[in-house]
Design a protein around this ligand. Structure first.
Ligand code: FES
Length: 126
């Protein structure tokens, strides 16, 4: 006899398309999009690092300004770190953690995503 899944208390997540997988390149150009964030529209972005897609609010941990130095360009010249164009804070592309500079331990806000069937989706609570 089939059983019902246990109630985990966690709302199911609804995937919302962000972009095709091909829109972001390893250590290179990212894709900008907007999300609902605490009742307002906020800038966000998705990048690819070591083969995996990662998404964050486009908001520096130092001052809440957008990071990209050209639209969609978030990596530094080494292509290993995300860099804030304003004062040069460095972030880990895989976690959004502050690695140095004026972010002083304040990392990026991680957005839940999944990548499947050639597309990247934002996972939104129902
Ligand atoms: S605003 Fe990003 S490092 Fe200052």
């Amino acid at each position: 006899m089939p059983t019902l899944p246990a109630d985990t208390g966690v709302s199911p997540l609804r995937p919302e398309p962000i972009c095709p997988s091909a829109a972001i390149e390893e250590g290179g150009g990212g894709f900008r999009f907007a999300v609902d964030w605490h009742g307002t529209r906020a800038a966000a972005f998705v990048i690819r690092h070591l083969g995996r897609a990662h998404a964050y609010l486009n908001r520096c941990g130092h001052v809440p300004v957008e990071l990209d130095w050209q639209p969609g360009e978030f990596f530094d010249s080494s292509r290993l770190y995300l860099v804030c164009a304003t004062h040069g804070a460095l972030y880990d592309p895989a976690s959004g953690a502050c690695l140095g500079g004026r972010c002083e331990g304040r990392g990026l806000v991680v957005l839940p995503i999944e990548e499947r069937d050639g597309h990247i989706y934002l996972l939104k609570e129902n």
